[in-house]
Structure formats: structure tokens, C-alpha cells
Design a protein around this ligand. Structure first.
Ligand code: WQD
Length: 337
């Protein structure tokens, strides 16, 4: 019985596959390399010492997806595959809706046809929109502030309706906060295709001189130092949460939703200062105006995940900063040769 990991060559997917292989799980990676590179697959084998099956398929290719389910005995699915750049989703919404929603529908219809009823879905804290208060609990109101976030919200709705219609399905929606860092080997990590939108990869590029300085988007928020506060979680902690979620889907029917965060918020300047301290390097920055759509504070109440999964994030900010930089200096051009 295998676990199908869609988008398994990507940042979070590759870290999750490494943990799965470490637990002796049979893994099939499905990826179209739209936001990942074949070298990531070699690195997963190198890091884990294990092996997996790989199928280069786009979820929009329903015949290709069908062939994968015919070829392998798939017991459960971890669904990462999807476009995920907030800013890009605003400029090309139709591509985001088609890719993320239609791709998920093809996957779900194929799962249903083959009797595969366990699913862990890569959702996002972005489904909370602009939270009224923090820390955020799973029963908070949901809304979307951009097409990317709306695709996550729509897929959660689709999964809820599926769970009602098909009571034998077992579905977990994991709402990630801010994944950062990399496996301690420095062999796998975040490999943004262009200038990074997210804070930590941007800081890493500044630290190695590929970018001149960091723009701190605003210092007038209602936070301890005025800069934006987020719940950063080490990508290996996040990966381990997926294994706990897969196991839990084997013990329950229906759908449930889980915040995957540390429960601790850090500001932009907290990140900069910690990064400089643990890596012994300066990160030049300038304070600019706030980024449209940003909120001041966003961090999780992770107690439900801890209670239900018996999972808790263990890596602190220093490891996140050290491991992020370690990946960057070992792979100045990411997975490019
Ligand atoms: C973090 C903080 C910025 C860049 C995004 C997506 C979310 C999820 C995680 C997919 C904020 C500040 C950032 C920079 C800065 N992705 N910042 N200068 O916006 O919390 O969440 O990534 O699910 O959907 O919205 O992450 O890393 O972009 O920003 O000052 O160059 O860093 O203002 O306070 P964000 P981020």
C-alpha cells in the first residue's frame, strides 16, 4: 500500500517524503516540475538513503492521473501540488483557479474511482483572511484576501461536501502558518524560481549577496517593534505533522481542520536579528511602507494539532535561521546545476 504525494518534489513535499521514507513508508511522488526540479528527487534519495516511485504527471491530465492509480496500490494521498504565490494569483487568477481547483477535482474523482479514501490536504492559514484576534483557532471565521487563498478556501469547501456525500472518506486539512528553514543536511530546501516573495528566502539571498538589502514592509503595526509578526515553523516540524495526520486519518472518518504552527509569533526584525546572530552575518535592511494585504499579527493556537496528533513543533527560531542559511550557502543557485 503506497502513499501518493502530489507535488512531492517541492519544498514542503520533499521534506515530507524524506520523513516518510525514514518511517519505511512506500511513496509515489507525482509532480509536473512546474515549481520544482528533477534534482530534488536525487537529493531526497541522498538525504533519506531510501527510494520511491516517481511519475511526472500534471493533475490536469486526468488520463495520466488515472494511469498512476492503476499502476500503484494507493492507500492514501498527501496533496501538495498547486500554485502558491499570493501576488501572482492576483495577476493571473484564472490560471490559479484552473490549476488548483480543477487539478484537485481530477485527483478526488480518481481517488473515488479507485476507492482511495484517505487524504491530507495542504491548506494554509491564509484561509483566515484578516484575523480579528490572535492566536488563531480552527473555529475562527474564514475568508480569502487573494485568489490563491480563495483556492485553498474553495478546496476546503469541496472536501467538506465530499466528506458529507462520502462518509467513508477521511480527510485532514492542514492549515500551515509560515514554513521556513531546511533539512539540516542542507541538501534539500526552498528553491524559489524568481526573486523570493517570502521573508526568509529573501533574507538568505541578501545574506549571500545575491540581493542588496531587505525591505522591511512597514514598522507601524501594533506589534512589539512595529514590524509584522508571523508564526514561523521549521519545515521539518511541518513535514512530521503530515505523518501524524496520515496516521490519524486511519483512525477516523470525516473531515477535520488543523493549524500547523508553533503558537509563537516573531516579528520581521526578530527574524533579522536572530538570523544575524546565529549565522554571524549582517543583513542590511531598509524600512519601507507596508505591503498591501499584509496583516500586523498572525500566529496559531496549535493546541488542537498537539492534542489530536500528539505532534508538537520542536525546532526554534535559531534552528530555522541556521538551517535556512545552511541550505542557501550550499546551494547558491538552488537545485540548478
Ligand atoms: C512574512 C512577514 C511581511 C518579505 C505568505 C502567504 C501565505 C503563506 C506563507 C502559502 C510579513 C514581511 C516579507 C519581505 C518583509 N504561503 N516581509 N519583507 O505574507 O505571512 O504569508 O507565505 O500558503 O499564504 O501569504 O509570509 O514571508 O511573505 O511575510 O518585511 O521582503 O515578513 O510583511 O510581515 P506571509 P511572508
Amino acid at each position: 500500500m503506497a502513499v501518493l504525494v502530489t507535488g512531492g518534489a517541492g519544498y514542503i513535499g520533499s521534506h515530507t517524503v524524506v520523513e516518510m521514507l525514514g518511517e519505511g513508508m512506500d511513496v509515489v511522488i507525482l509532480d509536473n516540475f512546474s515549481n520544482s526540479k528533477p534534482k530534488a528527487l536525487e537529493r531526497i534519495r541522498e538525504v533519506s538513503g531510501g527510494d520511491f516511485a516517481f511519475e511526472q504527471v500534471d493533475l490536469l491530465d486526468s488520463e495520466g492521473v488515472e494511469r498512476v492509480f492503476e499502476k500503484y496500490d494507493i492507500d492514501s494521498v498527501v496533496h501538495f501540488a498547486g500554485l502558491k504565490a499570493v501576488g501572482e494569483s492576483v495577476s493571473i487568477p484564472l490560471k490559479y483557479y484552473h490549476n488548483n481547483i480543477t487539478g484537485t477535482l481530477v485527483l478526488l474523482e480518481t481517488m473515488k474511482r479507485h476507492g482511495t479514501k484517505r487524504l491530507v490536504f495542504s491548506s494554509s492559514a491564509t484561509v483566515y483572511g484578516v484575523p480579528k484576534t490572535v492566536p488563531i483557532r480552527e473555529d475562527f471565521p474564514l475568508s480569502a484576501t487573494n485568489p490563491y487563498g480563495m483556492t485553498k478556501l474553495m478546496i476546503e469547501q469541496i472536501l467538506g461536501d465530499l466528506a458529507k456525500a462520502e462518509p467513508d472518506f477521511s480527510i485532514s486539512c492542514l492549515r500551515y502558518f509560515n514554513p521556513v528553514g531546511a533539512h539540516k543536511s542542507g541538501l534539500i530546501g526552498e528553491d524559489p524560481t524568481d526573486i523570493p516573495n517570502n521573508l526568509m528566502p529573501y533574507i538568505c539571498k541578501v545574506a549571500v549577496g545575491q540581493l542588496e538589502k531587505l525591505s522591511v514592509f512597514g514598522d507601524c503595526y501594533d506589534t512589539h517593534d512595529g514590524t509584522g509578526v508571523r508564526d514561523y515553523i521549521h519545515v521539518v516540524d511541518l513535514a512530521k505533522a503530515h505523518l501524524a495526520a496520515i496516521k490519524e486519518t486511519g483512525e477516523r472518518k470525516g473531515i477535520d481542520y488543523f493549524n500547523i504552527g508553533t503558537g509563537t509569533g516573531y516579528s520581521v526584525l526578530d527574524i533579522v536579528k536572530t538570523f544575524e546572530k546565529v549565522n554571524g552575518i549582517k543583513v542590511p535592511y531598509v524600512i519601507t511602507g507596508p505591503r498591501p494585504g499584509d496583516v500586523g499579527s498572525c500566529y496559531a493556537d496549535p493546541s488542537k494539532s498537539e492534542r489530536v496528533f500528539g505532534w508538537k513543533a520542536v525546532y526554534g527560531l535559531e534552528e530555522m535561521c541556521r538551517d535556512a542559511y545552511n541550505w542557501q550557502i550550499r546551494n547558491p543557485k538552488g537545485y540548478e546545476d
